[in-house]
Design a protein around this ligand. Structure first.
Ligand code: NAD
Length: 468
């Protein structure tokens, strides 16, 4: 399969095309070759998006809603195909990939209800009537990482389109296939040309152009903190709106009064899901010292029980890492013999086993930095205050879990931990109907939920005099 961005009309562009081979992380075989868009092609796409904007924003709310519902239905009908693409392109397990395709559908469907509910307000004032309107911004650029190509594209594009913006998506270099398919499905569902475009390309070329081009009015960036900071600085030069979803080093806090069996049985999946390539991974397990030993004894069989293997197999729970380079980076964090190591298949594929590091010092790189792989650290804590202190001793603040049977403690701890998304006796972070995002270096702004539309609209105030 070969995917190419639309041809540019720029006659001056003579350079050889920038081709990138996409590799299946489970087989190490090339599955497709993609042409990375040039700056001129990015500019042409931005011009098409800008040209499509006036008609899209002027569409009657019910008509925009109907088109988005048709888009969601097209995604629904294509779920198995989308899931297969993600298994091959990103090494996701088939179970996860099906969930991700379903999530993309749900997010589009959820925001399909928005065009008819983008209410303004009527505010009582003297001498007339005051109205507010939620106006779209114009062209929105969505920059997506490789770890969850489908959901993260959908979280940006769906509310942006619903609010009346036109959208450009730049998938991560290595994982453009599902985003390209989403763009095809949008066209099949009847979205006009130019309203949603997907532009495979390099971060420093296409992503950078979203930041510097004055016609792109908002950038949604998900990725590493280092690039996120550069994107934010670049946007500042244009006073451009920006949402950042960056990394995490989330704590899974297990109190002595918790259901220890459940806490230990679920802890591996809270960090090894998607092979740990999850910004919400609970990669620091904090266990109250009185039950630390008991917890470790329960954790060991749970970790060894994680089924790592062919991501196409229904029973597989963890697939490979995205690339050989990433595997090397993950391995660099394991400098001492691990407390527990799971198993991996033989043969080709970028495999890395589920790995538990304990004991580990609080200043160990593995405890401080985001590993983005299947490596978890476990440390003991004394009491509630100590747990909160350790949980907050990080530059990140994305998510976290709290395991306790004491509802008061659960709420106190949830309020005290500096993170955007916390779960009590659960590890679930993402629901399309509830807000998602981080504090501190984990990001800026919120995606999903009822309020995400605020990030894709400006409030306009209009006063109408009623007095002569
Ligand atoms: P990355 O920052 O290298 O790349 C992310 C995206 O930004 C890619 O599409 C890339 O091409 C693009 N990019 C790179 N340089 C750019 C530039 N100069 N200007 C504009 N765009 C540029 O990150 P990655 O390695 O793809 O993803 C892994 C990181 O993403 C991890 O740190 C992870 O925690 C984070 N992440 C966060 C969330 C979240 O919601 N908070 C979700 C997924 C991933």
């Amino acid at each position: 399969m070969t995917a190419a961005p639309p041809a540019t009309a720029d006659p001056g562009e003579q350079d050889a095309p920038d081709l990138l081979d996409l590799v299946n992380p489970a087989t190490e075989k090339v599955i497709a070759t993609v042409t990375m868009a040039s700056t001129a092609q990015a500019d042409a796409a931005i011009a098409r998006a800008a040209a499509a904007y006036p008609a899209w924003r002027a569409l009657a709310p019910a008509d925009r809603a109907r088109l988005l519902r048709a888009f969601a239905a097209a995604v629904d009908a294509d779920r198995e195909h989308l899931a297969d693409l993600e298994v091959a392109n990103a090494g996701h397990t088939i179970g996860n990939a099906r969930w991700e395709a379903g999530n993309a559908r749900d997010v589009i469907e959820f925001y399909a209800a928005a065009p008819e509910r983008l209410h303004g307000r009527q505010i009582p004032v003297a001498g007339g009537i005051d109205l507010t309107f939620k106006e779209p911004l114009g062209v929105v650029g969505v920059i997506v990482p490789w770890n969850f190509p489908m959901p993260i594209a959908a979280w940006g594009l769906a509310p942006a389109l619903a609010a009346g913006n036109t959208v450009l998506v730049k998938p991560a270099e290595a994982t453009p296939l599902t985003a390209l398919r989403l763009a095809e499905l949008a066209l099949e569902a009847g979205l006009p040309e130019g309203v949603l475009q997907v532009l495979p390309g390099r971060g420093g070329v296409v992503g950078h152009r979203f930041v510097t081009h004055p016609d792109v009015r908002k950038v949604v960036f998900t990725g590493s903190p280092a690039v996120g900071r550069a994107v934010m600085a670049g946007c500042a030069a244009h006073v451009k709106r920006v949402t950042l979803e960056l990394g995490g080093k989330s704590a899974n806090i297990v109190f002595a009064d918790a259901d220890l069996e459940r806490a230990a049985a679920t802890a591996p999946y809270a960090v090894f899901d998607n092979a740990g390539q999850d910004c919400c991974a609970r990669s620091r397990i904090l266990v109250q010292e009185s039950v630390h030993e008991e917890f470790m004894a329960l954790l060991e069989p749970a970790v060894r029980g994680v089924r790592v293997g062919d991501p196409r197999a229904e029973e597989t729970e963890m697939g490979p890492l995205i690339s050989a380079a990433h595997r090397e980076r993950v391995a660099s964090y394991v400098t001492a013999p691990p407390a527990v190591v799971g198993t991996v298949p033989e043969g080709p594929g970028f495999w890395y086993p589920p790995t538990v590091l304990a004991p580990v010092r609080h200043d160990d790189r593995a405890f401080v930095e985001e590993i983005f792989g299947p490596v978890v650290t476990v440390v003991p804590f004394r009491d509630e205050q100590d747990a909160v202190r350790i949980a907050n001793a990080t530059a990140y603040g994305l998510s976290g879990s709290i395991w306790t049977r004491d509802i008061g403690r659960a709420l106190r701890t949830a309020r005290a931990v500096e993170a955007g998304n916390l779960s009590v006796n659960s590890h679930a972070s993402v629901r399309y109907a509830t807000p998602f995002g981080g504090v501190k270096q984990s990001g800026l702004g919120r995606e999903l939920g009822p309020d995400a539309l605020d990030a894709f609209t400006e409030t306009k105030n209009v006063f109408i005099a009623t007095e002569d």
